[in-house]
Design a protein around this ligand. Structure first.
Ligand code: PLP
Length: 402
């Protein structure tokens, strides 16, 4: 039987779904941990039946009943992760990919294959998402706008509106319900990587597609590269067809690790968010910091602009890891203008609020005092003039996102 089989009887809270979704059939099979199916192909003595299943998949993208024909069509371990993520995001389905960028590429290809090549997008987005749209690598054409300009930017060939909230790296937030309304009948894609379904469920606010770099919080341990799109079954079918034809599949071992990661997602996100909120408070009161960005909805990401040289802060951390990426159990810090958003044109980057002095920190599960003492050391000497503390605390509250 497939992991998608739904044997739930009552609605369940997010923390319960995180632990049980995608595993509901296990106990009846006498299993506790989910099996990892590494098969690339699946034997069948009935090729007429296989032909019918391939025809059905080609027509609708629905996963074939019974064993998959070939690993690129689907994998039972990956399907468990997809079932679980869909349950957490409150969507009918989810489709997993080899990375977040493979997931976004598949969405763009689905829309382009319907003749809808135009995308309306709000900056900032993750640097490579911005680059993919700006460079038109997949034949799409982008109009950048702010949330208030979305309706005006729509065209007859607009296939997608895309936002991130909180956005990478400024943590700017958009009103998802208002944006969804502004999209009319055009599907809204929300990159929910930073918030996770623990803090925000965009489908409930009108998003038709919810994208994750599952590399981040969903995996949660910095050892899986993955992406996933949660959506309705109609779009999921098209995404599976694109995944089959283009090959950006997720490896079953990654699917297993992601399912395991989901079971601790609510606990990790809440604990890391508490640490991040405390660090945001301390940074906001620190005279070495020009501005702190921390989202209204909370979360484990903190961004801040320093008065001094941001490269010196990166060079100065010892406990905190100076590395791109985010969402792991350990704290990471990086300089967006040098790394995550390097591929974005410098003027576009600055227009989107990504200052050259901005640092982005993904807070992990370490003790907050240890993190603060590392950060404090890396930030270097405090200004010696009297009154600096007062001056800073007067204007330097964490800036809630737009
Ligand atoms: C918000 C966001 N979306 C998408 C991606 C791309 O994901 P991946 O690196 O898994 O391809 C990233 C990567 O950092 C990201 O931060």
């Amino acid at each position: 039987m497939g992991a998608a089989d739904d044997i739930r009887t009552a609605p369940r809270a997010l923390a319960t779904e995180a632990v049980h979704a995608g595993r509901d059939d296990l106990a009846r099979q006498g299993l506790h941990a989910p099996p990892i199916d590494l098969s690339t192909t699946y034997p069948s003595y009935d090729s007429r039946a296989e032909a019918a299943r391939i025809d059905a998949f080609a027509a609708t993208g629905t996963e074939p009943d019974g064993p998959p024909v070939y690993g690129r069509l689907g994998n039972p371990t990956v399907a468990r992760f997809e079932t679980a993520l869909a349950r957490l995001e409150g969507t009918e389905a989810a489709v997993a990919f080899a990375s977040g960028m493979a997931a976004l590429s598949a969405v763009l290809l689905v829309r382009a294959s319907m003749g809808l090549r135009h995308v309306v997008a709000v900056r900032p987005l993750y640097g490579c998402s911005d680059h993919l749209l700006t460079a038109g690598l997949l034949g799409s054409e982008v109009t950048w706008t702010d949330p208030a300009g979305i309706t005006e930017a729509l065209r007859p060939d607009t296939g997608l509106v895309m936002v991130e909230s909180p956005a990478n790296p400024t943590l700017a937030e958009v009103d998802l319900r208002a944006v969804a309304h502004a999209c009319g009948s055009v599907p809204l894609l929300v990159d929910n990587t930073f918030a996770t379904p623990v803090l925000q469920r965009p489908a409930e606010q009108g998003a038709r597609l919810v994208l994750h770099s599952a590399t981040k919080y969903l995996g949660g341990h910095g050892d899986v590269l993955a992406g996933v799109v949660a959506c309705d079954e109609e779009l999921a079918g098209r995404l599976r067809q694109v995944r089959f034809a283009t090959g950006g599949v997720l490896h079953p071992l990654a699917g297993y690790l992601l399912l395991r990661g989901l079971s601790t997602l609510p606990v990790r996100v809440r604990a890391a968010s508490a640490g991040a909120a405390e660090l945001a408070r301390r940074l906001a009161a620190d005279p070495r910091i020009a501005r702190v960005h921390y989202p209204r909805i909370g979360g484990a990401m903190v961004s801040f602009e320093v008065h001094g040289d941001p490269h010196e802060v990166i060079a100065g951390v010892r406990l905190i890891t100076p590395a791109v990426s985010l969402g792991s159990v350990d704290t990471l810090i990086q300089h967006p203008a040098s790394i995550s958003h390097r591929v974005v044109d410098a003027d576009d980057r600055r227009d989107a609020g990504v200052s050259d002095r901005l640092l982005r920190m993904s807070v992990g599960l370490e003790d907050v005092e240890d993190l603060w003492s590392d950060l404090d050391m890396a930030l270097g000497q405090r200004p010696s003039f009297r009154g600096a503390e007062n001056c800073a605390s007067g204007h330097n509250e964490p800036v809630p996102a737009r």
